[in-house]
Design a protein around this ligand. Structure first.
Ligand SMILES: [Zn+2]
Ligand SMILES: [Zn+2]
Length: 106
């Protein structure tokens, strides 16, 4: 029986570390730990990162399941990479494409 439980624990650990771009878990004594106890977290979009962005640079946003910055369709179609639309905004910080304006045209 205990062998079986060890098995499950190991599988959960490896499924966590196999998620691409997932931030590492916080240390057990971190004050934010209580918010991280559930299985609810957000996976950052690969390639979307702005070192001036407080959401991109703080992995706790992802661990707490908060919305993260999005890729920019205008940057992607122009071959500029993923772009960066902040989670709390709708305008790309790379090309100033307005996500809501873009959607209205479609
Ligand atoms: Zn960001
Ligand atoms: Zn863009």
């Amino acid at each position: 029986m205990s062998d079986h439980l060890d098995d499950v624990a190991q599988r959960q650990e490896s499924s966590w570390s196999s998620i691409p771009g997932a931030p590492p878990p916080l240390p057990a004594d971190d004050p934010a730990q209580c918010l991280l106890q559930d299985d609810f977290y957000t996976i950052p979009v690969e390639g979307v990162y702005d070192s001036n962005c407080f959401i991109c640079t703080d992995p706790e946003f992802a661990l707490m399941g908060l919305p993260l910055c999005r890729s920019c369709p205008s940057c992607e179609s122009a071959g500029r990479g993923k772009g960066h639309i902040p989670a709390d905004d709708c305008v790309c910080t790379v090309c100033e494409f307005d996500e809501y304006e873009g959607r209205r045209e479609v």
